[in-house]
Write a protein that binds this ligand. Structure first.
Ligand SMILES: Nc1ncnc2c1ncn2[C@@H]1O[C@H](COP(=O)(O)OP(=O)(O)O)[C@@H](O)[C@H]1O
Ligand SMILES: CC(C)(COP(=O)(O)O)[C@@H](O)C(=O)NCCC(=O)O
Ligand SMILES: [K+]
Length: 259
């Protein structure tokens, strides 16, 4: 069985692929100080709850926070007796190399999203991932990642308002019924929610114009459904896109005799 680990700047998700399907997804807050032993205690407790007989014999990691990789590698070596593939490292092959400026280290989550989305939706895509940052990943005709856009994430924007303005409270994101807020909380929710709808719509439009061809928009990340309430922003929402991409990259490396 394959253990897929997706570390974002906020949360880390562990998923187990049994060769046909994902058996479970477990989420833990990202913290580079967490040790391999801590991960294992947490994981084995959750595995016991599910009463699974797990035989992990391969691991693949995507980490946007590079400092977590050391302890995750130790986890894979010590407890699963495997050498993990780490997306973005030279020894992890990708089906198609990204085409970006020389010296750019593309976020591994964006590479993985590109692979997952191309497999399910074919060429000419814009993948929008609502994580700590909101990323727009453009997929070319051959499935290559060719760039995109990075915007502050929804919760990061809300947090920044609260941190930077003495009289603004912390507010959770939600869709307000009206644009004109009649109290402080409603004003913040309106600014962030409708601002974001405009941001997504505007960037997608401009990418389409720059590419001058039809492009499908695929959304992923926990907040994607919130922005899909009747605005027609996305052609599809895929909550397991990153895990799907990780699984494909693992299979590709295996096919190529790597790892
Ligand atoms: N279903 C959800 N509803 C509300 N907030 C969510 C949901 N899923 C994720 N979030 C929030 O979105 C932000 C990004 O989370 P996540 O997608 O895990 O980011 P990352 O992949 O960068 O770690 C976090 O602030 C998280 O708490
Ligand atoms: C843009 C990101 C911060 C998004 O990370 P996330 O929101 O998933 O935590 C990450 O993909 C990253 O650090 N990228 C490196 C720069 C780049 O992709 O060009
Ligand atoms: K992201």
């Amino acid at each position: 069985m394959l253990l897929c680990i997706d570390t974002g700047n906020t949360n880390t998700v562990f998923s187990v692929w049994d060769g046909t399907q994902f058996l479970a997804h477990w989420r833990i807050r990202t913290d580079h100080r967490r040790t391999a032993d801590e991960y294992y205690v947490w994981l084995s407790t959750l595995i016991a709850v599910k009463k699974f007989e797990l035989q992990i014999d391969a691991c693949i990691i995507s980490a946007t926070a590079p400092r977590v990789v050391f302890n995750l590698r130790v986890l894979c070596n010590r407890y699963f007796d495997t050498r993990p593939l780490v997306v973005g490292k030279p020894d992890c092959l990708l089906p198609v190399e990204p085409r970006v400026d020389m010296g750019t280290t593309v976020g591994p989550d964006r590479l993985v999203n590109t692979v997952g989305a191309y497999d399910r939706h074919g060429p000419d895509l814009i993948v929008v991932d609502f994580g700590t940052a909101t990323t727009f990943d453009v997929v070319d005709g051959d499935g290559a990642y060719i760039g995109g856009a990075i915007a502050p994430g929804v919760n990061l924007s809300l947090e920044a308002l609260h941190m930077g303005a003495a009289s603004l409270p912390h507010v959770d994101v939600t869709m307000p019924g009206r644009v004109i807020g009649t109290n402080t909380v409603a004003c913040i929710q309106s600014g962030v929610f409708w601002g974001y709808v405009g941001l997504v719509d505007g960037i997608v439009d401009k990418i389409r114009a720059e590419r001058d061809r039809p492009m499908k928009v695929i959304a992923t990340g926990g907040l994607a459904p919130l922005f899909d309430q009747g605005f027609d922003l996305f052609d599809a929402i895929e909550d397991d896109l990153t895990m799907h991409g990780l699984r494909l990259i693992h299979d590709y490396n295996k096919e190529m005799g790597n790892g």
